[in-house]
Design a protein around this ligand. Structure first.
Ligand code: SAH
Length: 391
């Protein structure tokens, strides 16, 4: 077996990795073995030649993503241990073996010590996403390890391609085991149609589970607008809790189809879908609502786009505030990593001021606990939500 290539840091640059931060930036590297390939496993050493960790090598500003702070070849035993650990946490969260919730995130990248790897579970199906070439190289081992977790009883493993690694591929992914493309999964007793081949991400936005539940608790008897609704995650909770009417808006035809299917699966007849751009929808109607949800896709993927994104969020939230009835509520979210919690709050503050509404913060939300944040990697806290009471 080829020896693992070594990479040495500049003096004083070992601190963050000693604090278990999983990224090594290119500026911290003093010397690397020549010819290391994209995605290859490397060992990282301090300038004093002390071993620091094993990780995957990448061209770009994040040079190494640490998979272990020990020496390892990341073989089958390594993956079994890592996935078993991740599953233990989900069991601790009460997410396994539940009769009313049969989908959850099993592996959340850095939050589970596995930068670049996402695994979502829908009933007995696992959907894997590799956000780095390094993780993609280990997909066969990951798939085998998944099949061995007895509590999961996995029957299908699908590798859903990502833009970051599989840019030139025509298909959306490939089956590693089994061949199921769709299922109906439960979240807090609500049925959702999930299709990982055609759906966004792995098929569903699992990170909003707790926030959808909170929304449901406020929705009885209310007129609700759910913008950027996708398959109607928030909408179905509002419908179930007895909202008088729920309007979902999304520009995707597939989202329209799935939201309709979900309403049907649950026999809800208080739901209506509008296939439209959200800004156009706001432009075409002055209708007001008791509760409005704003959950747009990431407006900024890179720091360079943060300013423009901030403007987008400000305009969207201003529209949102304008459409909330007196004594109503706004559930507003941002999943852009580069817009941090404080900046997002400032943007929402500006939107409230611009719309001249008196607004109070009731809840501050984040992603669900099956999307844990490694305390040494605060960048992992990507989902921010604020629930506001509007007078
Ligand atoms: N809240 C959803 C997830 C939202 S994902 C849930 O809980 O499941 C973001 C959604 O916004 C996607 O479905 C995408 O199709 C939609 N979208 C993106 N830009 C849009 C736009 N300008 N107008 C309407 N929908 C848009």
């Amino acid at each position: 077996m080829k020896e693992i290539s070594k990479l040495y840091l500049k003096a004083g640059k070992e601190k963050s990795i000693q604090h278990f931060h999983p990224w090594i930036f290119s500026g911290a590297v003093q010397h690397e073995a020549p010819g290391i390939e994209e995605g290859e496993l490397v060992e990282v050493y301090s300038s004093g030649k002390e071993f620091l960790g094993t990780g995957t090598y990448h061209k770009g500003s994040i040079k190494v993503r640490i998979l272990s702070f020990k020496k390892t070849e990341c073989g089958p035993v390594f993956w079994e241990e890592k996935l078993t650990n991740a599953f233990e946490l989900r069991k601790h969260l009460g997410l396994s073996g539940k009769s009313d919730t049969t989908m959850f995130r099993l592996v959340h990248g850095e939050g589970d010590g596995l930068p670049g790897l996402i695994i979502d579970i829908y009933n007995d199906c696992a959907v894997i996403q590799a956000h780095t070439r390094g993780i993609e190289n280990f997909i066969p081992e990951i798939c085998e390890a998944l099949k061995k977790i007895s509590g999961l009883a996995i029957q299908t493993v699908y590798h859903k391609f990502t833009d970051s690694v599989n840019k030139e591929t025509e298909t959306s992914g490939r089956f590693l085991y089994g061949s199921t493309v769709e299922t109906v999964s439960l979240e807090n007793g609500i049925k959702f149609y999930i299709n990982w081949e055609e759906g966004q991400k792995t098929g569903f936005f699992l990170d909003q589970r707790e926030n959808r539940k909170l929304l449901g608790s406020y929705a009885p008897g209310k007129k609700v607008l759910n913008t950027f609704s996708y398959s109607g995650g928030f909408s179905m909770y509002a419908c179930k809790s007895g909202a008088s009417i729920v309007h979902s808006v999304d520009s995707s035809l597939k989202a329209a189809n799935w939201a309709g299917k979900n309403a049907e699966l649950n026999s809800f007849n208080n739901h209506e879908f509008f296939t439209s751009d959200v800004f156009d929808h706001f432009g075409s109607s002055e209708e007001q609502y008791d509760i409005i949800i704003l959950d747009p896709p990431a407006f900024a993927k890179h720091l360079s786009a943060a300013e423009r994104a901030a403007k987008g969020y400000r305009n969207l939230n201003t529209e949102g505030f304008r459409r909330v009835k007196k004594g109503g509520m706004l559930f507003t979210f941002s999943c852009s990593q580069v817009i941090d919690k404080l900046l997002f709050r400032k943007i929402v503050f500006q939107a409230a001021a611009q719309s001249r509404r008196k607004v109070r913060i009731l809840h501050q939300l984040s992603q669900g606990p099956d999307h844990p944040v490694n305390i040494y990697h605060p960048e992992g806290e990507y989902l921010k939500g604020i629930v506001l009471y509007v007078e």
